[in-house]
Design a binder for this molecule. Structure first.
Ligand code: NAD
Ligand code: UDP
Length: 312
């Protein structure tokens, strides 16, 4: 049986990736220090003999017994609120954490998959963003701690690929949503849904003309799995190219939750990207992948999930 290590296993994407790997007959070892994660995301695996969780900071020395076939490095604060509150931890997990996990992959003779991000493109001057765009990042701004950590992580991953010949994969993830996001992690999907369900006004930052493109979690995880089983080693964008403004998105959440439009405007965070939309032609060509869950359908599932959580 193949063995996968997943860092950030108790987080939103990490826990869905663990489920996918277990369903695909992997044995999985999760590593998480719970800094932004939640054990409830793994509660259903408590009695699964194919899954083990190690509570550890991945910036510390990692000693995993036995063989490992692939390491997925998904640990990192990911919401702007989280990484701005945890700037040093974010820089450390992207730099030292990537160094440790690449070192583990090298020691175990295993493959390595890095969860990178559309934030590598910063506030992009090219639209939509394709992988050959080098980005427009403010290295010393408040978001720089996340963007530069991930850019360093990509550079280190490519160096290990070139020098040590490790099969590495880099996935540039665009805004992804779904069940198991933290209700109060500050990202726009949980923020708007919880505000609507609690009868509060939806807080649109700026005038709401900035754009994002939202991908449902199962599509994203299918793409990560396909990439990690390919022989393609350059970065690849995964996301849903359906782009909308944040104001349009707020109105959509009001409609889907059945509440009257109640929107207030708050200041735009520093360096908030003005537009974002993935060019996914590379993923379509190399992996035969494209998202198939319609935005409204994914949001309805997510709204149902948040409703259950708010009842508790
Ligand atoms: P999340 O906050 O839900 O999960 C991150 C997990 O990493 C948490 O469980 C946290 O406790 C763990 N972690 C953080 N630092 C750690 C450390 N030093 N040692 C051990 N564990 C640590 O975030 P997410 O949305 O699931 O994001 C997962 C990955 O995907 C991140 O690397 C993120 O940068 C990337 N990503 C996510 C999105 C998205 O839209 N969700 C977009 C782009 C990139
Ligand atoms: N946003 C908003 N209201 C909120 C939270 C976020 O208008 O309560 C905006 C934010 O300014 C950004 C977009 O929604 O333009 C997406 O924000 P998120 O934090 O989800 O992710 P980002 O794409 O910025 O990393």
């Amino acid at each position: 049986m193949k063995v996968a290590v997943v860092t950030g296993a108790a987080g939103f994407l990490g826990s869905h990736l663990v489920d996918k790997l277990l369903a695909s007959d992997y044995r999985v070892i999760g590593i998480d220090n719970l800094i932004t994660g939640n054990l409830a995301n793994l509660e259903h695996l408590k009695h699964d003999s194919k899954f083990d969780l190690i509570i550890q900071d991945v910036t510390e020395y990692l000693n995993i017994p036995g063989k490992v076939d692939i390491v997925f490095h998904f640990a990192s604060p990911a919401s702007p609120i989280d990484y701005m509150e945890l700037p040093i931890q974010t820089l450390k997990v992207g730099s030292l954490g990537t160094y440790r996990t690449l070192g583990m992959a090298k020691g175990k003779n295993s493959a390595f998959c890095l969860a990178s991000t559309s934030e590598c493109y910063g506030d992009p001057l090219v639209h939509p963003q394709s992988e050959d765009y080098w980005g427009n990042v403010n290295p010393i701004g408040p978001r720089g701690v996340y963007d530069e950590a991930k850019r360093f992580a990509e550079a280190l991953t490519m160096a290990y690929h070139r020098v040590h010949k490790i099969p590495t994969y880099i996935v540039r993830i665009f805004n992804t949503f779904g069940p198991r996001m933290r209700l109060r992690d500050g990202r726009v999907v949980p923020a708007f849904i919880s505000q609507a369900l609690e009868g509060k006004p939806l807080t649109v930052f700026g005038n709401g003309s900035q754009t994002r493109s939202f991908c449902y979690v199962s599509d994203l995880i299918d793409g990560v799995y396909a990439l990690a089983h390919s022989d393609y080693h350059e970065p690849i964008n995964l996301g849903n190219p359906k782009e909308m403004t944040i104001l349009e998105f707020a109105k959509m959440i009001c409609k889907l939750t059945g509440v009257a439009e109640n929107i207030i405007f708050e200041p735009l965070p520093v360096d908030d990207p003005k537009q974002r939309k993935p060019d996914i032609s590379r993923a379509m060509r190399i992996l035969g992948w494209k998202p198939c869950v319609d935005l409204e359908e994914g949001l309805k599932i997510t709204i149902r999930w948040f409703k259950e959580r708010l009842k508790k």
